[in-house]
Design a binder for this molecule. Structure first.
Ligand code: URA
Length: 449
């Protein structure tokens, strides 16, 4: 088989066979296919698309390029949750301890997370703002922590879907990231390799997400649910709003502090509501509780403090100092904290969420290349959300950073990300749709937060 012919077939829009797809993935991982041919093939896929069957075969080939974690030794349902990436999206930090507290001894959350890159934040960077927290457990330590405490969060092990790592790096520099078959296979190859039987996907849509429209996001969600269900896993997806950051805080320690508030029942309404939906729906997917009962349990573990205590327990088990969660002053604070004021009387009418994420990275909270160091105390706290009334000169956000130069960059970008006007926009839903193996259910007004 020649790579030239496989590229040509895809360029002409033909459906590739299993043997051809495996040839591409295995050949690229083995270093036998050069970057220039792989780039051409990725662009052909980007432009021509893939059938559901091709996407499934690509996912399997990528999953099988490395280790597949065996969670079958855990004595209960194994759960995983994945977000397609957003700004201020700290739900994993809340959902993992919530689930462990909602069904102790029955539900086990073995979560492998990533770092932030570009405008999106990463769960690992947030966790590392807790002094001592270790994201690099061995596989044995990871499984033991999950077994003993009901949950753990670590970095993706080196050999999990290595094909995705290589292909993603190439997509990033060849303008082939935002393709539904390529995103679906990238995410699902890692989720399937991570081993959980029940997987809940949070597919973000809006100005801070890869998917800019609801139909596109639903299409991506359907593709991923079909792939996972086809592999014998229980998979469902929520399509949620990323036209504004989730909660008020963006930046690592600031987000950890907001999760602590949320698990104490004092968090922002949108973040609390989304955490309850995600934890509830994932427990329901496992069959441990029905949908209503599962969401009631999710609310209960916030009210009775058991989710917060579980977060402290998991943090301690992974070497972290839980005193920094009991007194979040110990997470540290940026030396410069400066307000951004509203330019005139009116309303905050829109937020360019991707630019808010970039502003936060410029302040030091994110990295523009993989080698950049993170300032864990840097970031943004939004004091106003879309639709809120503002007075001229009233603070709408507080920027946290270490230097005046970073402040100037972040302030300029954040100012350009916020739009003001006379009339508030119509309220936008938090949840647009739920996608399961049975089909798509569009959300009603009840999910607006
Ligand atoms: N997240 C991934 O892991 N892969 C993609 O392609 C996009 C988002």
């Amino acid at each position: 088989m020649r790579m030239y012919d496989v590229i040509e077939r895809k360029r002409e829009g033909a459906e590739l066979t299993e043997a051809q797809i495996r040839f591409v993935v295995d050949g690229y991982v083995a270093g036998e296919i050069p970057d220039y041919q792989m780039s051409a093939w990725l662009m052909a896929v980007f432009l021509r698309g893939m059938t559901d069957e091709e996407t499934r075969l690509l996912t399997l080939a990528m999953m099988r390029s490395g280790d597949v974690v065996d969670l079958s030794g855990l004595p209960g349902a194994t759960l995983d949750k994945h977000s397609t990436g957003g700004v201020g999206d700290k739900t994993s930090l809340a959902v993992v301890p919530m689930l462990a507290a909602m069904a102790p001894g029955e539900a086990f959350v073995a979560k492998m997370s990533g770092r932030g890159l570009g405008h999106t934040g990463g769960t690992l960077d947030k966790l590392e703002s807790i002094p001592g927290f270790n994201i690099a457990l061995t596989e044995e330590e990871f499984l033991e922590t999950v077994r003993a405490h009901g949950g753990a969060i670590i970095g993706q092990t080196g050999n999990l879907a290595p094909a995705d790592k290589l292909i993603y790096a190439l997509r990033d520099v060849t303008a082939t990231v935002d393709s539904i078959p390529l995103i679906a296979s990238s995410i699902m190859s890692k989720k399937l390799a991570a081993g959980a039987r029940c997987i809940l996907l949070d597919v973000k849509v809006g100005s801070g997400a890869f998917m800019k429209t609801v139909p596109e996001a639903v299409k991506l969600a359907r593709a991923m649910v079909a792939i996972g269900e086809g592999m014998g896993r229980r998979v469902s997806a929520l399509v949620t709003n990323m036209d504004r950051p989730l909660g008020h805080a963006i930046g690592n320690a600031l987000e950890v502090a907001e999760v602590v508030e949320t698990l104490h029942g004092r968090g922002p309404a949108d973040l609390t509501h989304e955490a309850v939906m995600l934890a509830g729906d994932l427990l329901a997917l496992s069959g441990i509780a029905g949908a209503e009962e599962a969401r009631a349990r999710a609310r209960r573990v916030i009210e009775d403090g058991s989710a917060f205590e579980k977060l402290c327990e998991i943090v301690r088990a992974q070497g972290g100092n839980d005193r920094a969660l009991r007194d979040t002053v110990l997470l540290g604070a940026a030396p410069i904290q400066r307000e951004l004021a509203a330019p005139a009387d009116g309303h905050l009418t829109a937020i360019d969420t991707e630019r808010v994420g970039i502003a936060s990275a410029e302040l030091g909270a994110g990295r523009l290349t993989l080698d950049d160091a993170i300032d864990h105390t840097a970031g943004i706290v939004l004091l106003k959300n879309v639709g809120d009334a503002v007075r001229a000169g009233e603070p709408v956000a507080v920027l946290h950073t270490a230097t005046e130069a970073r402040l100037a960059d972040g302030m300029r970008t954040l100012s350009g990300a916020l739009a003001f006007g006379d009339e508030p926009p119509a309220p936008a839903p938090l949840l647009y749709a739920t996608v399961t193996a049975e089909g798509v259910t569009y959300a009603d007004e009840a999910e607006t937060a």
